[in-house]
Design a protein around this ligand. Structure first.
Ligand SMILES: Nc1ncnc2c1ncn2[C@@H]1O[C@H](COP(=O)(O)OP(=O)(O)OP(=O)(O)O)[C@@H](O)[C@H]1O
Ligand SMILES: [Mg+2]
Length: 631
């Protein structure tokens, strides 16, 4: 249960709402109990009047007595209806406050988790799979909400009702009360057991459901592979099998579900029979009236659901505690990579004004762009792979450095250290002679235009994908999604210029919708080389001080590569740039080249000097020249 303490801050936040809700629960219960007493008075009155009427057999006044009786009965009826309406109003208000509070807390909790997820570093995402992350922010939060809303509402309801009803019942007749209450704990226990089983079954149905969706999703994202390997039939059979599991699990759930209501009805029935049986004896003995029996039957009905809900609520709370524990487990993880000096978190109100205080990008901001690796080593914590081994180099502001190496040499790792996806495990990474950790993360990253090796584009228009690189706060500049209009700030001009620099402009203009062409799930698929170039445009539109290209020309032919490089060198003027590649043709124009091999710097120098060294560089060069000629 300790895990649920995390929610206390939210209870505090919505305390007035919850307090008002509690008052409504009390009021709605009071108006639920009064009718029972009205019914008792009504029945007793009718019985008395009928008795008096019998005595008056043969007298004229009998008619007037009967008339009064009918009128009184009608008044009682009206009174009961009025009470029921008032109870209804308070029940409505109770749900309006407590259930809405639970939805608000759910909203806050989801935002809290998402914010936290975004702060966590890459190594966290390596360790945990996406499905797990999604579950905790959706299903687990839903379970916690079930605890927040229904569980709390029914508990308050139960306590209030119990106190009010039991006291009234004992006042009427203690013996009858005890007999009537006897089956109820049993009811509660039975319901706990049934709902526990139900929850367990529905969990496994849920789990199977998500297996099914993963299966379907994978089948469709891998549809090319699936079709070309002619695996449709096999996949179809596998799907049928998974569906079969799902069906069986659902059937189990349905069976237990079907048991739920009959069980409640039976135990309520037992209570009602006891009231009439034991109560009847009491009436015969003259200790209570018939009206009391009617009153008791109403009480039993009032008490049934709240007492039954003890069992239900218990299992809800248990599930919520388990879910909240899973959520807390992630919330407790602190990001490995964070600011040494506190900077505004995303989502803080102060964000926008603080963002404007960041160094203006590219416009002679805080960063000059000197990058230095001083004896840097890096060990991947999970695999223990030593990806970088005592690497040292300096890139002066405005100069370009190329990193060449075979696959697995550690090139991408080197890039991730500059954007602080990871921190070096040995040595120091310095920017402008200051340790990289001293820069606020947001300021550092907004000064870097990073083109990652695995291109990721959003399901959005090409224009928006490129404009994503602009660092201005998104809200006011956000284009109208429905029309695909471009954000006014930065303007289409900037997007088009970036596209031209990345030699993707002509390609884009060939699409009927040009820059408004949608990408991804809702749109077209770009070729590998086109994607890379959109990704480059996204990086250079930032006007960053440091450009970081991780193998971003691997999918374009050497001719286009020449063209892009020609443009890039113009963009790269005045900027520090790191070009990572395994192709000599990409790196040969750089001011300085290092050749990485197995995490170590094997050779370094300019293109000419490296050719003179007659080592790994020359070997790669000759091999690649040969490949070009063969093509
Ligand atoms: N997240 C990771 N966890 C553990 N080991 C990793 C991780 N990423 C890379 N490695 C390992 O680190 C080494 C260097 O990888 P890196 O991605 O830096 O190579 P690369 O030079 O970029 O190769 P490529 O040219 O194929 O992109 C490899 O042996 C790789 O298996
Ligand atoms: Mg790589």
């Amino acid at each position: 249960m300790k895990s649920l303490k995390h929610l206390n801050k939210y209870f505090f936040k919505y305390r007035y709402r919850l307090l008002f809700g509690t008052l409504c629960v009390i009021a709605s219960n009071l108006f639920g109990i009064y009718p029972a007493q009205v019914v008792r008075h009504g029945i007793d009155l009718i019985i008395e009047t009928v008795k008096v009427g019998r005595l008056m057999d043969g007298f004229d006044s009998k008619v007037s007595v009967e008339k009064t009786l009918a009128f009184n009965a009608f008044l009682f009826l009206l009174f009961i209806i009025a009470l029921a309406v008032i109870k209804g109003v308070f029940t409505f208000l109770m749900r309006q406050t407590i259930i809405i509070a639970s939805r608000l807390i759910e909203y806050d909790l989801k935002n809290e988790i998402f914010e936290h997820y975004q702060d966590l570093s890459l190594s966290f995402y390596r360790r945990n799979n996406t499905g797990d992350l999604m579950n905790r922010i959706s299903e687990d939060v839903t379970r916690v909400r079930m605890y927040l809303g229904p569980a709390i509402m029914y508990t308050i309801n139960l306590v209030v009702l119990f106190v009010l009803v039991i006291v009234t019942m004992f006042n009427v007749n203690a013996k009858l009360t005890i007999y009537v209450l006897l089956p109820l704990p049993l009811l509660s226990l039975a319901i706990y057991l049934v709902s526990d089983k139900m929850n367990r079954f529905s969990d496994s149905v849920q789990a199977q459901q998500s297996r099914l969706s993963t299966f379907v999703q994978e089948a469709f994202s891998g549809i090319r592979v699936l079709k070309s390997f002619v695996k449709e039939d096999q996949r179809g059979k596998e799907f049928a099998q998974e569906s079969e599991h799902y069906k069986n699990k659902s059937m189990e759930l349905v069976k237990v579900n079907a048991l739920f209501f009959p069980l409640i009805m039976m135990l309520v029935g037992v209570s009602t029979i006891l009231v009439i049986w034991i109560g009847g004896q009491e009436v015969i003995a003259g200790t209570i009236t018939m009206g009391n029996i009617a009153e008791f039957i109403i009480y039993v009905n009032l008490l049934t659901w709240p007492i039954a809900s003890i069992g239900w609520v218990t299992s809800l709370v248990q599930r919520a505690a388990a879910s909240q524990e899973r959520i807390n487990e992630f919330l407790r993880i602190t990001p490995d990579i964070s600011d040494s000096s506190p900077t505004p978190r995303r989502g803080d109100k102060a964000m926008n004004s603080d963002m404007s205080q960041l160094p203006p990008l590219g416009g002679g901001g805080a960063i000059n762009g000197r990058v230095e690796f001083r004896d840097v080593s890096f060990l991947y914590p999970d695999s223990g792979v030593r990806a970088l081994d005592h690497v040292s180099f300096i890139v002066e502001p405005g100069k370009s450095l190329a990193v060449l190496g075979k696959t697995g040499a550690g090139k991408s790792t080197l890039a991730s250290l500059i954007v602080r996806m990871y921190d070096a495990t040995g040595g120091k990474v310095l920017i402008d002679d200051k340790e990289i950790q001293t820069f606020p993360l947001a300021a550092l990253r907004s000064n870097i235009g990073y083109v990652p090796q695995d291109v990721f584009l959003f399901s959005d228009s090409i224009a928006n994908n490129i404009a994503f690189g602009l660092t201005a706060p998104p809200t006011p500049q956000r284009g109208d999604q429905s029309t695909g209009q471009l954000p006014p700030l930065g303007g289409r001009g900037a997007v088009e210029q970036a596209a031209k620099d990345a030699v993707i402009y002509d390609n884009i203009m060939e699409f009927p919708k040009g820059f408004d062409t949608m990408l991804g799930e809702r749109g077209i698929t770009l070729s590998g080389g086109q994607k890379q170039r959109v990704s480059i445009a996204r990086a250079i539109i930032r006007n960053p001080k440091i450009l970081l290209f991780d193998d971003c020309l691997s999918a374009v032919d050497t001719h286009t590569e020449e063209q892009i490089l020609h443009n890039l060198f113009r963009v790269m003027k005045d900027r520090t740039s790191l070009i990572i590649s395994h192709r000599v043709s990409t790196v040969k124009h750089a001011d300085y080249i290092i050749v990485l091999d197995n995490g170590k710097i094997a050779e370094q120098g300019t293109h000419e000097s490296l050719l003179g060294t007659r080592g790994l560089y020359l070997e790669l060069y000759e091999k690649q020249l040969l490949e070009e000629e063969v093509k």
